[in-house]
Design a protein around this ligand. Sequence first.
Ligand code: T46
Length: 138
Amino acid sequence: MMDVRKITFQQHGDERGQLVAIEELLDAPFEFKRIYFMYDTKNGVRRGYHAHRKLKQILFCVHGNCKIHVDDGERTCEYLLNKPYEGLFIDGLIWREMYDFSEDAVLMVIASDFYNERDYIRDYDKFKEVVSKLHDTN
Ligand code: T46
């Protein structure tokens, strides 16, 4: 089963506008160590093209919109992120690609761990191999 799902976070709205707060283990289903964001993404760019071995993340398009393609080695799914209070939770061994960024898109990610290149699988065939080994042992 693909462990990817949208999470709708509580909006603390009042007459001044909106505020969203994310606390680890309460609003997000993991502890987090890192935040990063991408913006000024050029027209037509598609990025990602990797899976993670262990990392858990939530992706938010806090401004503008973009799409996320996810693949667990058996099936694929596409998600549109276009609300600042909605996040896409992606657990570990999922191939992901981000695309169709609007000009004003800011894609923010909270991650369960520090940046570690060894956690990345950047080759699709290798990803499929790791997934099938995992299925064989389960
Ligand atoms: C992911 C998707 C959604 C760092 O130095 N620290 C960091 O924390 C990150 C994320 C990246 N970098 C450096 C590494 C590269 O030189 O920033 C550059 C761009 O990173 P990358 O090509 O990995 O970016 P994307 O858009 O392909 O993927 C990123 C995340 O790396 C990845 O974990 O799941 O966003």
